[in-house]
Design a protein around this ligand. Structure first.
Ligand code: ADP
Ligand code: MG
Length: 378
């Protein structure tokens, strides 16, 4: 399953148009596609005429009035094309997640239960670099950055790449990054000049296909549908179809796999203000986290959790363990900030210590908790 986040903190650069029409076009090619709208403005959902009381908020929030599974909110758009819609209430999630364990991995946790059902999951991101965008990048294995040739700025791009690098360094999760030129106006000499510059900056990180300005794309969105329903002979349909073919050629087994994002050459140093902002994000948005893998052998078990001081001893999806196919070992990787935590495993409702860990402590109730200490590495 390829999970692709379409992101750029700049509004109006074609994220939603690309998410919706690329999803439609991959589906036209027989790929099963889920589009996840995580922009609280819900433009993709509105642009596909989805009216729903349940949204991705009900899946990601733990305090939602009505909590839901991803499957519960998914709506069908057409053959092989589903959407998980957004809603304005998603804007409260940022606040809710402040200080929560694993807040940057909420979407990733949700998607890890979905493997195999879809060939592609596309994530339409909001126009900022907050916790929702970080969730998308953390959940994705690929990132598409749409840039408008006419309004291209390396500075904004640098900030976005810094977030991608931050996710790589702090959460140990690498994504490949590609840049898509959108809104290309071939009547303007300026567009060609900018395209040349973008080619120099991004070389093979640039999709060969570009998306031209085409009013039919805007009209389709206003009509609540995608371009293949609205005008499949338009330039917009053709551009997105060609893009989908290019993306399909990068599927597993192809000769041109995506290269790791670190090869993306950024030539401009972040301006001082950006560096400050990045440091703020570093401090606030992502505390230093270390990935810890918990595991326990329980071949007969049906349901296993790890619970501890890191999550107030709750049995929740985020700390539910998964059984590996072979030998009955259950495991779960958690990203934890520095500190000392007591924890136990819960096997089909029975609380047990981690027998493979010699560090333990008797708790006030007379039973034994296992102990883990995470200290600063970097
Ligand atoms: N290639 C295009 N040609 C014409 N209009 C476009 C094109 N791409 C996007 N638009 C229009 O520009 C506006 C912003 O695009 P959108 O995809 O919503 O950007 P974002 O999601 O990045 O904010 C929308 O009204 C959309 O219909
Ligand atoms: Mg949008």
């Amino acid at each position: 399953m390829r999970i692709i986040a379409i992101t750029n903190q700049k509004g109006g650069c074609g994220k939603t148009t690309t998410s919706v029409n690329l999803a439609a076009s991959l589906a036209t090619n027989g790929r099963k596609v889920l589009l996840i709208d995580i922009d609280p403005q819900a433009h993709a959902s509105l642009g596909l005429n989805i009216k729903s009381s349940l949204s991705i908020y009900n899946v990601l929030s733990k305090i939602a009035h009505q909590r839901a599974k991803l499957e519960d909110i998914i709506q069908n758009i057409g053959p092989d094309f589903d959407i998980a819609p957004s809603s304005i209430i998603l804007s409260t999630l940022e606040q809710e997640l402040a200080g929560e364990i694993g807040r940057e991995s909420r979407l990733w946790d949700t998607l890890s239960n979905l493997k195999g059902v879809y060939d592609y999951v596309l994530i339409d991101c909001p126009p900022n670099l907050g916790i929702l965008t970080i969730n998308a990048i953390r959940a994705a294995n690929e990132v598409i950055i749409p840039v408008e040739a006419s309004r291209f700025s390396l500075e904004g791009m640098d900030q976005l790449i810094s977030i991608v690098n931050l996710v790589r360094d702090r959460l140990n999760h690498t994504v490949s990054v590609r840049v898509l030129v959108t809104n290309f106006d071939s009547r303007l000499a300026h567009s060609f000049k900018m395209l040349e510059k973008i080619k120099v900056d991004f070389k093979d990180k640039l999709f060969s296909n570009i998306i031209h300005v085409n009013v039919r794309l805007k009209e389709a969105q206003n009509q609540g549908t995608h371009i293949f329903n609205y005008d499949k002979y338009s330039r917009g349909a053709k551009d997105y179809f060609s893009l989908s073919r290019e993306i399909i050629t990068l599927e597993d087994g192809s000769k041109a796999p995506l290269k790791p994002e670190k090869e993306l050459k950024i030539t401009v140093k972040p301006a001082a203000a950006l560096e400050k902002k990045m440091n703020e994000i570093l401090k606030k948005e992502l505390p230093k986290l270390t990935e810890v893998k918990f595991s326990i052998l329980a071949p007969e078990a049906k349901d296993v959790y790890v619970a501890g001081e890191f999550n107030n001893w709750k049995l929740e999806d985020a700390t539910r363990m998964t059984k590996s196919n072979g030998n009955g070992t259950w495991s779960k990787a958690l990203s934890l900030s520095n500190g000392k935590y007591r924890y136990r495993f819960v096997i089909d409702g029975n609380w047990v210590e981690d027998s493979s860990n010699p560090l333990k402590e008797v708790n006030p109730y007379g039973s034994v908790d296992s102990l883990i200490e995470i200290s600063a590495k970097k």
